[in-house]
Design a protein around this ligand. Structure first.
Ligand code: NDP
Ligand SMILES: O=C(O)C1=N[C@H](C(=O)O)C[C@H](O)C1
Length: 278
């Protein structure tokens, strides 16, 4: 692949669970070039991103905490395609990371969850004004897209639904971005779910989970031993219909991440959700 057709990629959160997986996937894609590996963890500064990700050969890309200089460097690279920033960091950092990338003309592909609706709206405005593509994808796995499609179909026939999401106990945000998106998609069906038939009292606050869009409740479980799992449970007289997605390896997200890196340069605004680019 010549330099002109190669897409330069910066991975932010490169030392994290997802970041390491993305480093391996980018290194294996002949049309992508890993240009930068950013992470704030002090003990990983200067380490080779490839070796940290478990590759047998070094990639000669050191981990650094200098995001802005790296964005400027890649933005100045005229011999390649426009650059892409893949972000798997932390809910507290992701908003400013996306703004910085767009300001340098670098396209963000964002897996980090926890952006508020107001932040998403501001970022969409910012991307639109800069005419820069930006992909915000709460879940990169094809299985989750299919689960959500099945949930939308089921919602035509069921008026009662609740969501349970189960994750490892290192997860910072709750509910998961995927569960919030699933509730939003169901709410967009334009019906009211879960009309109460009794007055409920929570004897312990939170017992009934969090109340998302259109009366849909989300229950969040955090335990060591879990990776990422979600159930959407529909109920009607005499029947329960359960949809469930389980991940057993973070490799499941990589086809979606690589697709998003390739597609984001064709966009001129912010797009939310993997289903929009399949
Ligand atoms: N969209 C999707 O399909 C998926 C999304 N996710 C989301 O991705 C995010 C990351 O998940 P995961 O990899 O498991 O988390 P990890 O904690 O394993 O990795 C995050 C990494 O980012 C580093 N970091 C934190 N803040 C910054 C910053 N400001 N700049 C650069 N690096 C930073 C962390 O360093 P330190 O530990 O030192 O703070 C850590 O090394 C979460 O929001 C998660 O919900 C996860 C899986 C799939
Ligand atoms: O933190 C995780 O692990 C995951 N986060 C995303 C979310 O919040 O939905 C995606 C997936 O559930 C894994």
């Amino acid at each position: 692949m010549s330099n002109q057709t190669s897409i330069p990629v910066i991975v932010n959160g490169a030392a994290g669970k997802m970041g390491r997986e993305v480093i391996k996937a980018v290194a294996a894609a002949s049309d992508l070039t890993l240009m930068g590996a950013i992470d704030t963890t002090p003990e990983h500064q200067g380490k080779d991103a490839g070796e940290l990700a478990g590759l047998s050969e070094p990639l000669e890309v050191p981990i650094t905490n200098q995001l802005e200089p790296m964005l400027a460097y890649v933005a100045g690279e005229r011999q390649m395609q426009p650059g892409v920033l893949v972000d798997f960091t932390h809910p507290d950092a992701v908003y400013s990371n996306i703004r910085s990338a767009i300001a340098y003309g670098i396209r963000p592909v964002v897996g980090t969850t926890g952006l508020s609706p107001a932040q998403l709206e501001e970022l969409a405005d910012f991307a639109e004004k800069a005419s820069t593509g930006c992909l915000v994808i709460p879940n990169f796995s094809i299985g989750m897209v299919l689960l959500q499609e099945a949930a939308l179909r089921a919602s035509q026939y069921f008026d009662h639904v609740e969501i349970i999401e189960l994750h490892h106990n290192q997860k910072a945000d709750a509910p998961s971005g995927t569960a919030i998106q699933t509730a939003q998609l169901l709410a967009e069906m334009g019906k009211t779910f879960n009309t109460a038939i009794v007055e409920e009292t929570e004897k312990i606050p939170g017992a009934r989970g969090s109340l998302a869009d259109e009366g849909i409740r989300i229950h969040s479980i955090r335990l060591p031993g879990l990776i990422a799992h979600q159930e959407v449970i529909f109920g009607a007289a005499g029947q329960i219909y359960t949809l469930r997605h389980d991940t057993s390896d973070r490799a499941c997200y990589m086809p979606g991440v690589i697709l998003a890196i390739r597609k984001v340069n064709q966009l001129k605004s912010l797009v939310y959700g993997l289903e929009k680019i399949l």
